[in-house]
Design a protein around this ligand. Structure first.
Ligand code: G3I
Length: 339
């Protein structure tokens, strides 16, 4: 698969202590050997796509099923990959008993504490990076309503980070959100939230930018961010001392014009532009794709249209986007070995 190259993406990334990752799912891992091979060969970082979400882990109160998440962690460790825990606190994919229950603030705090300690305790020092709070901010910059927000109040975020740090002091803790890559009301609110948390000595180590985008945008997916704005946004977060990760990147081609070949080339350009810009920010440490190959991408199901948003095709063949990422990572290697 990488016959034209002397090095895989992960080999180049390893040399730079950079995370080049993919979201993985336990079903594909179990059933598809080409999936396993591509994942282990090309990526040094794995995010659990769904297996660590509260609703999947804890279908009944106090009953945790770690099986599928354990499979992913076992695979990652066997292949010397780093792991992201996604995600401890979210408005979505929560267990029905939680969202349908009638809990007061103290009970909700107890549930939050129990969930964080049970989950991070299980993977203690194995999962290095956690998306502690996922998608807490609305497009207008206000705090999103969620089970946690309306039972606990805005300080649920602070509690979650403090408890996550207590549960595993070695873990690096992130706030993760989407459509906040450039400069807008949402990214301003994320910047201000991170700054306030740091001022309160809350242990937050980084901000994740999901980067679910489409070449020309679609009804449901944003256009690629303006790269000058993205640079400014990443830089201001980096200046706070935070690490920045692209956490869920995919580039949908469904609304682009031209032949398939043209659209795949445009897609490769978008990957190159985004990654190349981000790499100019010293605190940018990870580029994680939201899937290994087009075969299992969430985009067709979400948008209702066929798509090919990732860097390997249905048959695990590298696409032009693979080449452009390879080139961009190699250029980074050359620049840093000169400086
Ligand atoms: O596992 C069940 C299966 O048993 C059932 O037959 C099938 C029928 O619908 O559903 C399966 O569950 C689906 C699950 O993915 C696993 O494939 C859910 O319906 C579906 O809603 C779920 O979608 C996931 C989505 O989060 C949920 O919001 C996507 O796979 C996952 O890629 C997506 O990931 C999110 C990140 O966590 C946060 N950022 C945005 C990103 C994309 O939405």
């Amino acid at each position: 698969m990488t016959a034209d190259h002397t090095a895989s993406l992960r080999e180049i990334a390893d040399l730079q202590e950079f995370y080049m990752g993919a979201a993985a799912n336990a079903h594909a891992l179990r059933t598809d050997s080409a999936y396993r091979e591509t994942l282990a060969e090309e990526f040094n970082f794995l995010t659990a796509e769904n297996e660590l979400k509260f609703g999947n882990l804890c279908p009944e109160p106090k009953v945790y099923n770690f099986g599928p998440a354990d499979e992913l962690v076992f695979f990652a460790k066997a292949n010397f990959m780093h792991i992201r825990g996604h995600t401890l606190v979210w408005h979505h994919q929560n267990p029905p008993w939680l969202i349908e229950g009638d809990f007061n603030r103290n009970q909700a705090l107890e549930l939050l504490h129990e969930h964080i300690f049970t989950t991070m305790g299980h993977f203690h020092e194995e999962i290095e990076v956690w998306d502690v709070v996922n998608e807490p901010i609305e497009a207008d910059g206000s705090l999103r309503d969620s089970f946690w927000m309306h039972t606990i109040g805005p300080d649920y975020i602070e509690y979650a980070f403090r408890w996550a740090h207590e549960a595993d002091p070695s873990a690096r803790l992130f706030l993760n959100d989407y459509s906040a890559e450039g400069i807008n009301s949402k990214s301003n609110a994320i910047y201000n939230t991170a700054k306030e948390l740091l001022a309160l000595n809350v242990p937050i180590h980084g901000v994740g930018m999901q980067m679910h985008i489409a070449i020309n945008g679609t009804e449901k997916l944003a256009k690629p961010p303006d790269t000058n704005e993205m640079y400014e946004n990443m830089k201001r977060l980096g200046d706070l001392g935070l690490e920045i990760h692209i956490t869920e990147m995919d580039v949908a081609i469904q609304n682009a014009t031209g032949s398939l070949e043209d659209r795949l080339r445009q897609q490769a350009d978008v990957y190159e532009r985004i990654l190349g810009t981000a790499l100019r920010v010293p605190q940018f440490k990870a580029c994680i794709l939201w899937g290994v190959a087009d075969r299992y991408s969430w985009i067709p199901g979400f948008t209702g249209h066929p798509d090919e948003p990732l860097i390997f095709d249905q048959y695990y063949q590298p696409k032009p986007a693979y080449e452009s990422i390879h080139r961009t990572l190699e250029a980074m290697l050359k620049t840093s070995s000169v400086s």
